[in-house]
Design a binder for this molecule. Structure first.
Ligand SMILES: [Zn+2]
Length: 361
């Protein structure tokens, strides 16, 4: 489990030289064979083999000898010269990539580790409920409910069948009421930020009726599911659903920032303005595309950053070139405790701005 403090620690690392290698590898065992992962690893490492041979070898050795091939993604930060070696196993796939720089490249790690809300997931039918918690790509069953059996109405039973049906409906309603009460008790204490309901459309609709409005408002999506479906399959489906919901949420925040920037109130877009406002400590949330890069400059003395070359307005000395001022801005946002949102490639065409921020004031 990656925590915010791990990311903050990495965001404080700055080497004098371009000798920090950050490697991300998609290792989802259900999607890729080990050999495919090895080929992908070689492919991303090849460009850096001559510049940092010790780090490339160390990473290859790690995947050969130590990695257990269980995680869906891996992030490795290595610098023999700087004395850095950190590995994070992720339960969310990450795109294959390797970056060499003076600082670790953190956007994919932030997206995999902090990009998702924590969700409650309830699968329901007329008799049962299974309750799960989903956090950082991992689904965990937390509780189950089994009510009274609902006898199925048989076709063509003729007289008496409507009374039989009524009785079945009553039992189903009682089961759902009890399951809903259990869900509500759990949900209020579990610290989840959203609820997903799975089952047949009819059962999910019926079940929602038993939820108080405060919890019903937290239902962010419903999906068709079978209570007895294999766990791995369910986890896979929930992950895909959560990825979609989280991307929608981030796109909404971006739209909010763009609108606020246009009004000149509470938001900004573009690298130059985001950098300027960040250095005034005014950025509450930063929203940035995962592979947007733009050169910039940074003062070697005070760390002041800008998008275009000039003298430092504070120290009056020439600033140094930064290969990727977007990533440097992102690190500053991490250090300042801002909320971090990384938009993924799939969304690129819809992006009105590759970097934007919501402001504190
Ligand atoms: Zn300066």
């Amino acid at each position: 489990m990656v925590e915010r403090k791990d990311i903050e620690r990495l965001a404080r690392i700055r080497s004098e030289r371009r000798d920090i290698l950050s490697v991300y590898l998609h290792t989802d065992p259900s999607k890729r064979l080990k050999d495919e992962c090895r080929i992908a690893l070689r492919h991303v490492l090849d460009p850096w083999r001559e510049e940092v041979p010790e780090d490339v070898e160390r990473i290859e050795r790690y995947f050969e000898l130590e990695f257990d091939w269980q995680a869906r993604g891996v992030a490795v930060f290595s610098s023999e010269r700087y004395g850095l070696w950190e590995v994070f196993a992720l339960q969310v796939p990450v795109p294959d990539a390797a970056y060499l720089g003076k600082e670790p490249y953190l956007r994919p790690l932030v997206n995999a580790a902090l990009g998702f809300l924590t969700y409650g997931v309830a699968l329901v039918d007329k008799e049962r409920m299974r309750l799960y918690r989903f956090a950082q790509g991992v689904l965990e069953e937390v509780a189950a409910f089994a009510g009274e059996e609902v006898k199925r109405h048989k076709q063509g039973e003729g007289r008496g069948s409507s009374a039989f049906q009524r009785r079945a409906d009553e039992i189903a309603a009682r089961n759902m009421r009890q399951a809903a009460a259990m869900l509500v008790r759990w949900f209020e204490e579990a610290g989840c930020q959203g609820l997903l309901l799975g089952g047949t459309e009819e059962n999910v609709e019926a079940f929602r009726e038993f939820l108080p409005k405060s919890v019903e408002d937290q239902v962010l999506a419903t999906f068709s599911a079978d209570l007895d479906e294999p766990f791995e399959q369910l986890e896979e489906r929930v992950l895909a659903l959560v990825q979609r919901l989280d991307e929608e949420r981030k796109a909404k925040l971006l739209a909010e920032a763009v609108t606020a920037a246009a009004k000149g109130e509470g938001g900004t877009t573009g690298l130059e303005d985001t950098l300027a406002l960040m250095q005034q400590g005014r950025v509450r949330a930063i929203i940035v595309h995962e592979d947007y890069a733009e050169p910039g400059v940074r003062c070697p003395q005070c760390g002041f950053m800008a998008a275009s070359p000039r003298e430092c307005p504070i120290c009056g000395i020439p600033m140094e070139r930064l290969a990727d001022a977007v990533e440097a801005a992102f690190h500053e946002a991490i250090r300042q405790g801002a909320e971090l949102y990384v938009l993924t490639s799939d969304q690129k065409p819809q992006h009105p701005a590759p970097i934007a921020a919501l402001l504190r004031y």
